[in-house]
Design a protein around this ligand. Structure first.
Ligand SMILES: *Cc1c(COP(=O)(O)O)cnc(C)c1O
Length: 336
């Protein structure tokens, strides 16, 4: 793979840390757990969207855009980071926020919503679930075009083949660090949402023949459609890179047992995971993605999915600002 052929902006100066989790591993009594700290990526408060935006914003700049338009849920990390990238590049940013849970948008909410205001979002349009989001974004882009401006539209989560290259790069980074540290991994666990992260990792691990099984923990969709989506996107990213052999379907594994009542809705196992990471390792997860993904990791450890001597790498994709919109449930003041 030859990623240097793709224009890229740099938002993180160094590789993110790859760290052992000794106290958590001891508490769970299972395999040796490690974490890839992509919560420490650059741009405001970091997170996985930063890697995708390095490629997407480079493309926007190459096309002469003056405004980024994107879409996300009401507490979207992706919207926060797209806005932060726009600020850094001297671009404007407009957001379409989808109320995936009816009535969930509150203008005065904390967490990422507060950060949209602080970072100086130009415009927020709130729409109900089921709205044609691509059309809503195109509507904003058309309004700007009528004013002589030029928008670049980024689909939800930045999960296009180009955006997924950010996680192809992460797969290469992990393999380099693993080699430098002399630590080989037996399994990897990551969130599977809009899919660019899971699909990019898969394309990258396949492209370098890593032979490192990857489990995606779904935060929204059911297993079968999510696996189809991930396979399609991983193949599209591999095609963009010119990887010759097809991405095998059997490399795609999604578990959907940790979604609970729905996207962004708290579960008891998410609350436990957030508390375990905080109290054993001093690491902040988030309620919507990494809390549920870590609940999946912990559930698989307890179910004996990994042998005791194995090394399992958890990808921390960020998101901690959303904690501040869920304080009561995370501290157990209201039940999950
Ligand atoms: C968006 C997001 C994810 C999911 O990544 P996708 O590429 O959308 O699947 C995971 N964790 C956090 C914190 C996120 O913001």
């Amino acid at each position: 793979m030859h990623l240097a052929r793709f224009p890229r902006r740099r938002y993180t100066p160094n590789p993110t840390p790859l760290e052992p989790l000794p106290a958590l591993s001891a508490a769970l009594g299972g395999p040796e757990l490690w974490v890839k700290r992509d919560d420490l990526l650059g741009l405001a408060a970091g997170g996985n969207k930063t890697r995708k935006l390095e490629f997407l914003v480079a493309d926007a700049l190459a096309q002469g855009a003056d405004t980024l338009i994107t879409v996300g849920a009401v507490q979207s990390n992706h919207c926060r980071l797209t806005l932060a990238a726009a600020v850094k590049e001297g671009l404007k940013c407009q957001l379409v926020l989808e109320q995936r849970v009816p009535g969930s948008y509150r203008e005065d909410a904390s967490g990422n919503n507060f950060l949209y205001q602080l970072l100086g979002v130009e415009r927020v349009q709130v729409v109900d679930a089921g709205t044609d989001l691509a059309a809503a974004m195109q509507g904003l882009a058309d309004e700007l075009a009528a004013q002589g401006r030029k928008a670049y539209v980024i689909p939800g989560g930045g999960s296009t083949p180009l955006g997924a290259l950010g996680y192809v790069a992460c797969a290469e980074e992990i393999m380099d660090q693993s080699f430098e540290l002399g630590v080989a991994f037996d399994h990897m666990v990551a969130s599977s949402g809009s899919g660019g992260t899971h699909a990019g990792l898969l394309a990258g691990l396949h492209g370098v023949n890593a032979n490192l099984p990857l489990t995606g923990v779904s935060v929204r969709a059911a297993r079968a459609p999510q696996e189809e989506k991930i396979h399609g996107l991983a193949q599209a990213a591999a095609n963009l890179l010119g990887v010759r052999s097809p991405v095998p379907r059997e490399l795609v594994e999604v578990v959907d047992d940790y979604v609970g009542p729905g996207y962004s809705l708290p579960t008891a196992s998410m609350v436990e995971a957030v508390q375990l990471f905080a109290r054993h390792e001093g690491i902040l997860l988030d309620p919507v993605y990494t809390g549920k993904t870590a609940a999946g990791l912990i559930g698989m450890v307890r179910a004996g999915r990994f042998a005791p001597g194995e090394r399992v790498l958890f990808l921390h994709t960020g998101g901690s600002p959303a904690l501040y919109a869920y304080e009561d449930v995370i501290l157990g003041r209201t039940p999950a």
